[in-house]
Structures are given as structure tokens and as C-alpha cells.
Design a protein around this ligand. Structure first.
Ligand code: M6R
Length: 607
């Protein structure tokens, strides 16, 4: 949530900062701003709304071209409504410091009271303005910015990533993080600080990951990392990002979301590379020394949570390991967590920066339970904190709505189930067929996607006027129904609920009438007769139905959408793209902002 960029180097900084913000806009887009020092004075430009407004307001010509150090921010509001006065950067009382911030300073009201008593005034509703004034207040006492910055951060509770500039030292960026991402990009004679790599990927692939409890001081030619606790410097080597700028661009697609849906065959291929050996066995070197656990506790949020629910079916069925799946924001505060010492906590997160998921991971670690992270972002907090990490290798996912990341998570959960099954000596003929079918999924999906897209388009036009939708499934299709409903509501703002089909008659069916359609996942599997009966119950109440089904079924509904039958539960890899494409087409047809839906942000770094 919120995107931060800072640049110091030999090039005009403002175009670089604006370009960086464009790549970070997925993190928040209700207001934006830049700050820089020109002629020994701090200049801050902030606008409400999308980045385009900021672009129109910021001059990048004339004397602005001589600015070679600047900070920028794109906001997802936490404290204070999206207005210019709440946008970042925020400046301190005498306009000597400007700061951009991602996260929440939980004790800001208490600090604000103290600063008000000391004569400070505030012009925004934000916690950020309090922080920059606290730094100013502490610096006034000692005339030492680094010391004041450290003390202010030590005082701040909550989560943050911040980047600060100082009028008296205009070519230097000061930055720190706590449970929110912040990365240094090292170029030749230039330094970048950003919430995410795409912000500076056009200039450098060399990165240094900052840790909690550290302060980074970045100048064009060098950078220094200090430990807040004792002021000592920290040596950290840089890493090379393996993917390039192309991966973070639309590549001719109308939206990132569409591109990412169509990338799924490639993602399936990449995720499986090196994971199946010549004997057809799953290889997970990350877990070679880990014994199959007695129980697995899966913890995640949103789409990753749905992937976890789907994975539960496989782990229980194939590896015969009991699994619980919990929403991270619930798990982190539950009164009792009673794990066994041979349990495994599996945290799933595309970004690896979701605040609730990280807190859940921390809780599991406190209980001294082995933790495994399933994560897409190399160097993310989750990847660094979990005992073991398996990367999902979906590549950068830019669209706020998660698509290819879920596919990659499901694939890795499937390999995990097969891996533990082998370790427990449970591999049978069905499991061998599953492993074999995994390798053919990419080709199958690639061939199906154009048809799926066309069908999604025509159905979206027919159902675009609906104000509510049910999504129904049973067994391993139930989590997919939840995900279908989530996608529809987040993209098209149409109310949608995912239900286990058998639950309908326990209440929800009361809502059904001719204006309340249902999207049913009716695969030709052992539960097909059950779901067909549920469909008839809905039809008896004049409900209209779209049924995603296989050619072999006899389900008679308003709209049959046929996809080829493949072995369960791998059918999910064809179901999920249909659900994604339907939501995409609904939203696009209704003129919604597909890649940046209202009120959302890609990376939820606040709780
Ligand atoms: O990065 P994470 O997987 O931890 O994110 C969790 C959710 O915020 C995320 O899956 C969200 O639900 C999706 N963007 C929805 O499409």
C-alpha cells in the first residue's frame, strides 16, 4: 500500500520519479506527490486523484531539470481522506525536511499531543506529518539528523517505510522500514529507493534489500546502512533481479490483468521447471530435509487464502495430512493456537508483504513451529522471515486483481501434496497420473484461452446488468467459487457471494429470483449429481444459471460454458482462468478501471 520512490544521481530526478510512480501506482492511487530541493528551498507538489493529475502539475522543464534528487509517493489513504492536504510528501514546521511514508504510525495521536504542546501546528490528518515533525523536533535538540531520525523511528509504533530529504543536504536520501518493503537500487553514480523493483528496473537490476531496524543513507556514488539499535554500519551485498522491464509492461494487452491471465500457461511451465524428475517424482530441494508434518496450518489473505483452501483438499487427499486454513487477520489474534511440535505453518502470499500474513508468520515463529512460505517476490519480508521458502515464480503481477499468482500457488500446493505423499510412501497410480498431467497443463490451457476469452466476452454482455451473483461449487470447486465471487466484486463492483452449493438451501436461496443469476461450477466429477440437483432447486425459483461444465454433462441451464474434462483436481487450472476472464470482461464492459479498482491496493501492508 502506497508507493515510495526516491532518486539521487546525475540525471534529472523528476522525470525518473514520475516514471517510477507510474510503476508503483498499483499500490495506491488516490493522490500523489513529489518533493525536491531547488535553490536551497524545499518544493512539494501534490495532487488528488490519479497520477495523471500530478504529471500535469509537475514541471519537468527549465530549472526543474537541474534537480537531481527527489522523492515521490502514490497514496492509498489510511489516515485522512484522499485530499491534496493529506497527500505526501509531508513537510516539517520550518520546511527543512520532507518525507514520504507507507504504513501506519499507530501512536501518532500521542506524539501529536506532545508536539502540539511544544508549539507545532498540523495541516493534514495524517500520521506522516506527525512523524516528520517529530524528526524535526528531535533534530532541533541535537542538530544531528541521523540521530533524530533513529530516535523518531524508535518512538514510532506500527509499520512503515519512509524516505526523507533534508534541505541542508539536498543530494542525500534517508530511508528506513519496519514490516513494509523498501529496496535500494544501485546504478552507476545513482541510487534509487523504492517500495518495489519495477519503479527503477529501467535503470538498474542491482538491488540491496533493507531490513527492519536499519537506516539507509543513499547518495549518488555510495550508500551506508546503519543499525538503529547501536548506530553501527551494516555490510550487505547486492543481488541481481532476474527479470527485466518487459515483464513489468503490458506487452500489447489492453490491461495488465488480461496479460497476466494469458501468461498463465507460461507460469505453469516455469513453476514446474526442474520440479519433476525422470522417474516422474516431484522434486522440492527446499524441503528435502523436512519430514512430512503431522498437521499443516495454512494462513493467508484474499486470493492467496482461496488458493490455500484449494490446497487443503490436495494435501488431505493425496498426502493424508490434516490441514486447517485460516484468514491471517483472524489467526493473528486468535486466543489459542495449540500446535503440535511436528506441525507446519504454511503462509501463502503473492507479495510477501501482507501485514496480517507477516504477523501470523511471526506468531507461528514465536510458538517455535516450523514455517514454510509460499511467495512470489524474491527478497520480500515473508521470504526472509519464513524458515523455508518456495518461490511461486509467477513473475511480477501488476494488476491489483490477483490471477497468475493464484495459479502458481495452486500448482506449488499440488507439488507439495505429491511431494509429501511420496515421502510418506503413499504414491499410487492416480498420483502418478496427476504428476504426469501437471506437465501437460500449460499446453492445454494455452490452446483453450482464446475460446475461453470469447465465451467470457459474450456472457459478460448478457449478464452485465445483474446487480448480484452467486458462485457455487462443491469439493475442490468450492474455493474456486469463492475466488470467482471475489474477482467479480473487486473488479466490477457487482455484489457476488461464493457458496458451497449444498449450503444454498440453508438460507441464501431466499435471495434467488429472475434478477439474481448464479454461476455454477458443475464438473463431471463424483459430486456432479449433487450440484445438478442444487441447480434444479435454483431454477425452480426462476434463477438464471451459467454453468461451467464439461461436454459430457447433461446439465440444462440458460448458458452452458464447456471446458475439456481433465483429471480432478487439476480441472481447477482450466476453471480458474474462465472465472478470471468472466470478471475481467464484466468489468471492462461496464467501463471499470480493471487494473486499479476503486478503494484497493495491490500490497496490503497495513492491518
Ligand atoms: O500478496 P498477498 O497474496 O498476500 O495478498 C493477499 C490479498 O490481498 C490478495 O490476494 C487480494 O485478495 C487480491 N489482490 C485479490 O485479487
Amino acid at each position: 500500500m502506497c508507493g515510495i520512490i526516491g532518486y539521487t544521481g546525475h540525471r534529472p530526478a523528476l522525470p525518473i520519479v514520475l516514471e517510477g510512480l507510474e510503476h508503483l501506482e498499483y499500490r495506491g492511487y488516490d493522490s500523489a506527490g513529489v518533493g525536491y530541493v531547488l535553490n536551497k528551498e524545499l518544493t512539494v507538489v501534490r495532487t488528488k486523484g490519479k497520477l495523471k493529475n500530478l504529471r500535469d502539475a509537475v514541471s519537468t522543464t527549465g530549472s526543474a531539470l537541474t534537480v537531481t534528487c527527489a522523492i515521490g509517493h502514490t497514496r492509498w489513504a489510511t489516515h485522512g481522506i484522499p485530499e491534496e492536504r493529506n497527500a505526501h510528501p509531508h513537510v516539517c514546521a520550518d520546511k527543512s525536511l520532507a518525507i514520504v511514508h507507507n504504513g501506519i504510525i499507530e501512536n501518532y495521536l500521542e506524539i501529536k499531543e506532545e508536539l502540539l504542546a511544544a508549539g507545532y501546528s498540523f495541516y493534514s490528518d495524517t500520521d506522516t506529518e506527525v512523524l516528520v515533525n517529530l524528526i524535526h523536533f528531535l533534530r532541533a535538540k541535537e542538530n544531528d539528523l541521523l540521530g533524530a531520525f533513529s530516535k523518531a523511528l524508535a518512538r514510532a509504533n506500527g509499520t512503515y517505510a519512509v524516505c526523507l530529504i533534508d534541505v541542508s543536504n539536498p543530494g542525500t536520501l534517508y530511508a528506513a522500514r519496519k514490516s513494509a518493503p523498501l529496496i535500494l537500487g544501485r546504478g552507476v553514480g545513482e541510487s534509487f529507493i523504492a517500495s518495489d523493483v519495477p519503479a527503477f528496473l529501467a535503470y538498474t537490476r542491482e538491488v540491496v534489500f533493507l531490513e527492519d531496524g536499519e537506516i539507509l543513507v543513499a547518495e549518488p556514488e555510495k550508500h551506508t546502512i546503519y543499525r538503529i539499535a547501536d548506530g553501527c554500519t551494516v555490510k550487505r551485498s547486492s543481488q541481481l533481479i532476474q527479470w527485466g522491464m518487459q515483464a513489468a509492461q503490458k506487452g500489447g494487452y489492453r490491461h495488465f490483468m488480461l496479460k497476466e491471465i494469458f501468461e498463465q500457461p507460461r507460469v505453469l511451465k516455469d513453476c514446474l521447471t526442474g520440479r519433476i524428475n525422470a522417474q516422474g517424482n516431484i522434486v522440492l530441494p527446499e524441503l528435502e530435509n523436512v519430514a512430512p508434518p503431522n498437521r499443516i496450518h495454512i494462513i493467508a489473505c484474499g486470493t492467496s487464502y482461496h488458493a490455500g483452501l484449494w490446497g487443503q483438499h490436495l494435501l488431505e487427499d493425496l498426502a493424508q495430512i490434516p490441514v486447517s486454513v485460516e484468514i491471517a487477520s483472524e489467526f493473528r489474534y486468535k486466543e489459542r493456537f495449540l500446535p503440535d511440535k511436528n506441525d507446519l505453518v504454511l503462509v501463502i502470499s503473492q507479495s510477501g508483504e501482507t501485514a496480517d500474513t507477516l504477523a501470523a508468520l511471526e506468531r507461528a515463529k514465536k510458538e517455535k513451529i516450523a514455517t514454510l512460505g509460499l511467495c512470489n517476490v524474491v527478497g520480500s519480508s515473508l521470504a526472509r522471515e519464513a524458515d523455508t521458502v518456495i518461490y511461486t515464480q509467477a513473475g511480477p503481477e501488476i494488476s491489483v486483481a490477483s490471477t497468475k499468482a493464484m495459479t502458481s500457488q495452486m500448482l506449488m500446493l499440488c507439488t507439495l501434496a505429491l511431494f509429501f505423499a511420496r515421502k510418506k510412501g503413499l504414491i499410487d497410480k492416480r498420483q502418478r497420473t496427476l504428476a504426469k498431467t501437471l506437465s501437460s497443463l500449460a499446453v492445454l490451457l494455452e490452446a483453450q484461452l482464446p475460446n475461453m476469452h470469447r465465451r467470457a466476452q459474450s456472457l459478460a454482455r448478457k449478464y452485465a446488468e445483474a446487480r448480484s451473483f452467486f458462485y457455487l461449487g462443491r469439493g475442490h470447486c468450492f474455493p474456486l467459487a469463492l475466488e470467482g465471487a471475489l474477482k467479480l466484486k473487486e473488479l466490477s463492483y457487482i455484489h457476488a457471494e461464493g457458496y458451497a452449493a449444498g449450503e444454498m438451501k440453508h438460507g441464501p436461496i431466499a435471495l434467488i429470483d429472475s434478477a439474481f443469476p448464479t454461476f455454477v461450477l458443475a464438473m463431471n466429477d463424483s459430486l456432479y449429481p449433487k450440484i445438478r440437483s442444487n441447480v434444479v432447486e435454483i431454477q425452480s425459483r426462476e434463477g438464471h444459471i451459467i454453468a461451467l461444465t464439461n461436454p459430457e454433462t447433461d446439465i440444462d441451464v440458460d448458458d452452458r460454458w464447456e471446458i475439456p474434462r481433465i483429471i480432478d483436481p487439476l480441472q481447477a487450472f482450466l476453471i480458474l482462468p474462465c472465472l478470471q476472464l468472466f470478471s475481467y470482461e464484466m468489468a471492462d464492459f461496464l467501463g471499470k478501471d480493471v487494473d486499479q479498482p476503486r478503494n484497493l491496493a495491490k500490497s496490503v501492508t497495513v492491518e
